[in-house]
Write a protein that binds this ligand. Structure first.
Ligand code: ADP
Ligand code: MG
Ligand code: ZN
Length: 616
């Protein structure tokens, strides 16, 4: 189900072509007919032509005479006159006579015929165009109507064989199971009504962007044997101000007529935002929302209209929308875990030519934290890279490089770091990794590179997958903060000078330290009191404070203390291992890249005490 409103422009072009064809056809057909129609002439003309031996054929009929000129290109007709020696004169003139000359007696009939032919042609062309438009829509399910249905802007899709199916959605098993049940219900409602079960009226897909919410809904459309209305929340509020509520009404009216069916509202937060009396009072949106609430109440559970909606901002939705009886089911669509990532990579790898020995789990590990959309993008970037390098199939190295491309941006070819900067970046990155390694006694990274990226990053560290991890201890958080400060600590230690390169680290460290105190209850002073609430779980996780100004001041002081303590710890760790810091940084500086294994090998080898900071 791509956006299915086809571009208007090609359409106009098609119609112009069609018109042209008709014009040509008309000229040909009518021109031809005019020729074949007999021209009415006087008997004297007939006689003159006989005398001038200009007649090719003649046919004397009961009430008229038809004749042609010598080469038969024109037909004439004239009336019958009592003319006894006509035959003799005709014979003498050399005309062939007695044969039947076909005159198109009934031009009206031919008009009808051409009309029918035109209508037929029109129909064929229309079929051709609509087939092509369908093709353009690629893997989308067939569509019952273009563009708008009524006023609601919803697009209807019906099941087709080439649409997206559940098998195209990798991972997300729980979400798929819940949706499968809904599809199954619509197929065989008896199975459920027999027991007395009522189908949930609505299900809300929630999760971070790019995790496949829209894709799942498309899969439902592809699997379900029922009409599928799809509309995006923003379409309700777009363009026609004041029409939102009417559009909702219209959509549900159509849905009820077509029941059993599924209505999918993508990005529902555009209309379903919590009604509040804060600054912006948006009447239009509230009316639309109210209408939606009313409509969802308006039909009983078993009418067969199921409403699916997707959002990545569930916390901003109006509570009334979420109460049972409206969206009673909330289907979390989370970022994929390792296995999920492997599966998603495999699904998308089917679309490109890929070499047989690719190790998907290695790539999935490297792409820790990537969403389904990013993984799809990784495969595509790898394919592009393979083409760029003149290869026919995608290889492991293409995929590995494109992981970095998708997560950190392209390598900047023209941005050359000065040697001094490169050295600083090398120490900075190794500083992070060394602090992490010393705290956990394991390889902290998969790979570090110090090639500038288009995203602005000067170096890139590929973290190791730390397995399924749902809880974090206080010590782990503290270690993480120490790791964030490790980059800056290395700069201070080696260069006695600090750079702007640590801005992102500072942000992350501060966030963690603040969360420890205000959300995780990890400070003695505030115990288990929530001082902050998260408002935007799936989109970066903004927080809003919920405490007095004095408390805030105290929190701020404690945050500073936590970060400073870890910063100090990081510096100590690096000081103790300063030889290793030199060694590893030198390696990275010279090679521009270091793998986790090489890192650990240097770290665990006996110390090379002669090493100093390389001169640049
Ligand atoms: P959102 O959750 O933001 O609606 P989409 O459904 O639009 O995300 O996903 C974007 C793209 O990412 C999909 O078209 C698909 O190519 C890819 N994708 C995301 N999740 C998955 C998945 N679980 N399996 C396969 N492809 C996925
Ligand atoms: Mg989406
Ligand atoms: Zn850093």
């Amino acid at each position: 189900m791509q956006e299915m409103k086809p571009n208007k422009k090609p359409f106009i072009a098609y119609w112009l072509i069609a018109l042209l064809i008709f014009a040509i056809l008309n000229v040909l057909l009518y021109g031809n007919m005019a020729e074949k129609q007999a021209e009415e002439v006087g008997y004297n003309v007939f006689m003159e032509m006989i005398d001038g031996k200009q007649i090719g054929e003649a046919s004397i009929q009961d009430n008229q005479i038809l004749f042609t000129n010598k080469d038969g290109s024109k037909i004439y007709k004239t009336g019958i006159i009592n003319d006894p020696d006509l035959y003799e004169r005709l014979y003498k003139s050399g005309a062939v006579f007695g044969a039947e000359i076909v005159e198109q007696r009934n031009p009206f009939f031919y008009y009808i015929l051409t009309f029918v032919v035109q209508v037929l042609l029109l129909f064929l062309i229309w079929r051709f165009i609509s087939k092509r438009v369908m093709k353009h829509m690629g893997d989308s399910p067939d569509m019952m109507s273009f563009g708008t249905t009524g006023k609601s802007n919803a697009r209807i899709y019906v099941k087709s064989d080439n649409g997206i199916k559940f098998k195209d959605v990798a991972g997300e098993e729980e979400a798929k199971d819940l949706l499968k049940e809904i599809v199954d219900y619509l197929h065989q409602p008896e199975k459920y009504t027999e027991i007395g079960a009522i189908l949930p009226k609505g299900a809300l897909l929630v999760g971070p962007p790019g995790t496949g919410k829209t894709l799942l809904a498309r899969a439902v459309a592809g699997e379900a044997n029922v009409p599928f209305f799809s509309i995006s929340g923003s379409e309700f509020v777009q363009m026609f101000v004041g029409m939102g509520a009417a559009k909702v009404r219209d959509l549900f009216k159509q849905a009820k007529e077509k029941a059993p069916c599924i209505v999918f509202i993508d990005e529902i937060d555009a209309i379903g935002k919590r009604r509040d009396n804060l600054l912006s009072n948006n009447d239009e949106r509230e009316q639309t929302l109210n209408q939606l609430l009313t409509e969802m109440d308006g039909f009983q559970g078993n009418t067969g209209v199921v409403i699916l909606a997707a959002t990545n901002r569930p916390d901003s939705l109006d509570a009334a929308l979420l109460r049972p009886g409206r969206f009673d089911r909330r289907i979390p669509v989370e970022l994929p875990d390792l296995q999920g990532r492997v599966d998603i990579l495999k699904v998308h790898a089917k679309k490109v030519k890929i070499s047989d020995n690719v190790d998907f789990s290695g790539i999935a590990k490297a792409a820790a934290g990537a969403s389904g959309a990013q993984l799809a993008n990784i495969i595509n970037e790898a394919a592009l890279r393979a083409v760029r390098e003149g290869r026919r199939v995608v290889t492991q190295s293409d995929l590995m490089e494109s992981v970095e491309v998708v997560i950190a941006g392209y390598q900047k070819k023209n941005k050359v770091l000065s040697n001094k900067e490169k050295l600083v970046v090398a120490y900075h990155e190794v500083g992070h990794a060394l602090v992490a390694a010393k705290q956990t006694q394991s390889a902290p990274v998969q790979k570090i590179t110090i090639i500038p990226r288009t995203s602005g990053a000067l170096g890139y560290t590929m973290q190791v997958e730390d397995g399924e991890h749902f809880l974090m201890t206080k010590t782990e958080i503290e270690n993480k903060i120490a790791t964030f400060t490790g980059g800056r600590a290395a700069e201070e230690l080696i260069f006695h000078e600090i750079t702007t390169g640590a801005s992102n680290d500072i942000e992350q460290a501060t966030k963690l330290a603040r969360a420890m105190i205000s959300r995780f209850g990890m400070s003695e002073e505030f115990d288990m009191v929530a001082l902050e609430t998260v408002t935007n779980e799936y989109l970066g996780g903004d927080t809003s404070t919920a405490c007095s100004a004095e408390t805030q001041t105290r929190i701020d002081k404690m945050v500073v203390a936590v970060v400073a303590e870890q910063h100090k710890k990081a510096k100590e760790i690096l000081q103790e291992n300063i030889q290793k810091l030199h060694e590893i940084s030198k390696f990275l500086y010279e090679n521009e890249t270091i793998t986790g294994e090489a890192f650990m090998k240097i770290l665990e080898s006996p110390e090379n005490t002669l090493l100093e900071k390389p001169e640049v």
